[in-house]
Design a protein around this ligand. Structure first.
Ligand SMILES: [Zn+2]
Length: 463
């Protein structure tokens, strides 16, 4: 036995209870085995590669296939997450339909879960039948509040589901159901972490305020997140938003920031005339087509981290309703554009105006940018809040999180750019967001809840 292994054995004897998770990346050979030991105050003590030890402890091996990581926690060292509670609560949540805008029943479910923890939830009706649910636990003298949150709503049922999308179906380490990944699993991880902190009596009085919020309308216009910012929760020092973007190392990345989004609505106006005498009119559909054909010349800036944004034409509509040989006088074009830092609503409008002006059209073009509008953001990965998260992530998963920019938008854009609140977006693994057969990988749930709870503890130890 080599020295490292001897030392690890000695340390292992001090560990009171053991939790382990196995990550299988589908490859054929076991390659990495890390054992993580955590010392009593929650700080990371020692990470050792224990390939030899693992080989002796065959009982911890599952199939022997794929990449194996084993995580050991001392009972008194980190917050203990109740895995049965997490999975059971998630299964119940999957069976409640919360397709936008019908979030109320799932909101009631979370309100009842909060009551079962002995706290009274706040019920914030954002629009009729669409409530946000909040709760705060006062866990110490710090005035800072950290918020664990996610959205209640899901998109509709896609075609070709192989199981009932409103039934929680467990198969081969996966849990299937509509909205399980986006984002009932993340929301329940947040609740399980909140519960662990609330029930972890040894940390009481040593932290600050920890809150949980379930919000409406992320898949729509973000009215739930905007309404939250109007409450006391808008003063949170940091937000952990459990959208499924982080994933377990080494497979996932944590967003360093997200793009913004501008929706262009172009109204092209010409002049109608008989379709056999087009020279007397101005054809709005033809002018609109020239704009769409020239979009590759739309000015797009480049950012050192983000690269460039992108665009997609979503709709083009003009011409007769009932067949008629008339030159169309109007045409509407809708284009969605992802933006990067340095691009705003104003610059996006100016870019589009420059493009339409360059085309010498015989029609006028009005440019509107209706809701939803989101600004891009970047987070500071060196802040106290981000460091708390990084340390918790490292202690649980054995490596630093990989931060990378994400193409897309979420409520984090609202929390960061409207609310000025540092927001880390991190949640479980899976596949099938907005598609059929959506699932979450069950093994990814516990580490997420653990990292959420430990991030909160780390933060209050540092402030
Ligand atoms: Zn989502």
């Amino acid at each position: 036995m080599d020295k490292t292994t001897q030392k690890a054995f000695k340390l292992l004897r001090e560990v009171k209870s053991v939790t382990f998770a196995i990550v299988n990346n589908g490859q054929t050979a076991a390659r990495i085995i890390d054992v993580m030991l955590v010392k009593k105050d929650g700080h990371f003590l020692k990470a050792v590669s224990l390939r030899k030890l693992f080989m002796k402890k065959k009982s911890h091996s599952s199939s022997g296939q794929g990449e194996l990581r084993v995580y050991f926690y001392g009972r008194h060292n980190t917050m203990e997450i109740n895995g049965h509670y997490l999975l059971d609560t998630l299964k119940q949540a999957i069976e409640i339909n919360s397709i936008l805008p019908h979030e109320e029943e799932l909101a009631s479910f979370f309100a009842d879960e909060i009551r079962s923890l002995g706290l009274e939830p706040e019920w914030h009706v954002v629009s009729p039948g669409r409530p946000n649910v909040y709760v705060t636990a006062d866990l110490g003298s710090s005035d800072d509040m950290l918020l664990l949150t996610g959205h209640l709503d899901t998109v509709g049922v896609a075609a070709n589901w192989e199981t009932n999308p409103f039934e929680a179906v467990e198969s081969e380490g996966r849990l299937y159901g509509l909205g399980v990944l986006d984002m009932k699993a993340g929301l329940v991880c947040a609740l399980a972490a909140f519960k662990a902190l609330l029930e972890g009596s040894r940390i009481h009085g040593k932290l600050g305020k920890v809150a949980f919020a379930a919000t409406v309308d992320e898949e729509g216009f973000g009215i739930g997140a905007k309404a939250l910012l109007e409450t006391d929760y808008g003063n949170s020092a940091g937000i952990l938003l459990t959208e499924p973007t982080g994933g377990m190392a080494p497979f996932g990345v944590v967003p360093l920031g997200e793009t913004g989004k501008v929706l262009y609505k172009l109204q092209v106006s010409g002049k109608t005339t008989h379709g056999f005498r087009p020279e007397r009119g101005h054809n709005a559909v033809e002018a609109a087509s020239k704009i769409v054909a020239a979009l590759d010349k739309l000015h797009m800036r480049t950012h050192p981290v983000y690269g460039r944004g992108n665009y997609s034409t979503l709709k083009i509509e003009g011409g007769y309703k009932e067949y008629a040989i008339i030159v169309p006088e109007s045409c509407e074009v809708v284009i969605t554009r992802l933006t990067i830092p340095g691009e705003s609503r104003d610059t996006a409008v100016a870019d589009m105006r420059r493009l339409t002006d360059s085309l010498d059209l015989d029609c006028t073009v009005s440019i509107e940018t209706p809701a939803p509008y989101y600004e891009p953001f970047l987070i500071d990965t060196k802040s106290t809040f981000a460091t708390s998260f990084r340390n918790a992530y490292h202690a649980t998963l054995g490596s630093q999180p990989t931060f990378a920019f994400k193409r897309g938008i979420s409520d984090a854009n609202i929390y960061v750019t409207d609310g000025g609140i540092p927001t880390i977006v991190y949640g479980p693994n899976g596949r099938g967001i907005h598609e059929c057969n959506e699932y979450v990988e069950i093994d990814s749930l516990m580490p997420v809840a653990q990292i959420l709870a430990d991030s909160c503890i780390n933060y209050f130890q540092m402030v």
